[in-house]
Design a protein around this ligand. Structure first.
Ligand SMILES: NC(=O)c1ccc[n+]([C@@H]2O[C@H](COP(=O)([O-])OP(=O)(O)OC[C@H]3O[C@@H](n4cnc5c(N)ncnc54)[C@H](O)[C@@H]3O)[C@@H](O)[C@H]2O)c1
Length: 262
């Protein structure tokens, strides 16, 4: 599918991996609707990219909020003549918590709900509300493609570390949704790809302590450095453009396998 001439919805699009996708989509001739809670970063990105990007504040845990920003995206796509071509639900949070800590306190239900409501429910809710509009687009090219869903899992879906039980649950679920969603959407000419990155530079990983950062570096094979957001965006572009990528979870990790302890 071509990026040019289509509109893509990117949640978490104001920062990190989502922001790199927004930049790449706009550079490729597409329009990007940035959905994020960070209004300052969202406004700065629109100022940088001009009319091919639009920002709307959105909390992906709020289903009514999603409904109104999706309606606004559809109106924007109609007014620009660039129909909806895909959704990249990249909003996510880490929020570490041990299953059981040294004082025998189990992980709190609040933190479980917080992580699952953004990373899992927020992903699926945004995707499901955008899908009817992608399915309504005219089929494109010899395969009759209508659009692409590119979800964001994590290496933690496979090798979650200590303190990542909720995060791993959310990302494992995103990885597990990929194939059934691809099967459900095949009849509409909509593909589903999930990318599972290892450590990438972003606001999320900037919060890691030097000790954790150095420990993670030791687990890296090649290249021995965190991924760059542009490298993530390049994979998303491939997921959009390559019609044979469907129903798959792609590890983007330079052969890193997260160890048990750092
Ligand atoms: N950076 C990494 O190393 C890494 C590795 C694996 C997976 N991921 C995943 O990539 C995605 C992007 O993360 P990032 O590293 O770019 O982090 P980031 O913190 O730079 O960006 C995440 C964005 O999500 C937004 N957000 C958070 N809660 C939201 C909500 N309720 N509604 C709407 N927006 C919300 C934040 O405001 C922020 O702009 C996440 O799903 C993360 O779990 C990141």
């Amino acid at each position: 599918m071509k990026i040019s001439g289509r509109t893509f919805v990117v949640s978490g699009g104001a920062s990190g991996l989502g922001r790199a996708c927004v930049r790449d989509i706009c550079a490729g001739g597409g329009n990007a609707m940035i959905l994020d809670m960070n209004e300052e970063l969202g406004a700065a990105l629109v100022a940088e990219l001009g009319p091919s990007a639009k920002f709307l504040p959105c909390d992906v845990t709020d289903t009514d909020n999603i409904a109104s920003v999706v309606a606004a995206t559809v109106a924007w796509a109609n007014s620009t003549g660039k129909p909806l071509g895909g959704v990249i639900p990249a909003a996510g949070v880490g929020n570490p918590g041990l299953t059981l800590d040294k004082s025998l306190r189990p992980v709190s239900l609040e933190s479980i709900d917080f992580v699952l409501s953004i990373n899992l429910r927020g992903t699926l809710d945004l995707v499901r509300q955008v899908l009817p509009h992608i399915a309504a687009a005219s089929p494109e090219g010899p395969d009759g493609e209508r659009g692409v869903v590119v979800m964001v899992a994590s290496a933690a879906a496979f090798e979650g570390q200590m303190g990542q039980v909720s995060y791993a649950a959310s990302k494992g679920a995103v990885a597990a949704m990929t194939l059934p969603m691809a099967r459900d959407l095949a009849r509409f000419g909509i593909r589903v790809v999930t990318i599972a990155p290892s450590m990438f530079d972003s606001n999320m990983t900037a919060q890691l302590s030097d000790k954790v950062r150095e420990g993670l570096k030791k687990a890296m094979e090649f290249p021995p450095r965190p991924g760059k957001p542009e490298e993530f965006a390049s994979m998303v572009r491939q997921a959009i453009e390559n019609a044979m990528l469907n129903g798959v979870v792609i590890r983007l990790d330079g052969a890193t396998r997260m160890p048990s302890k750092l």
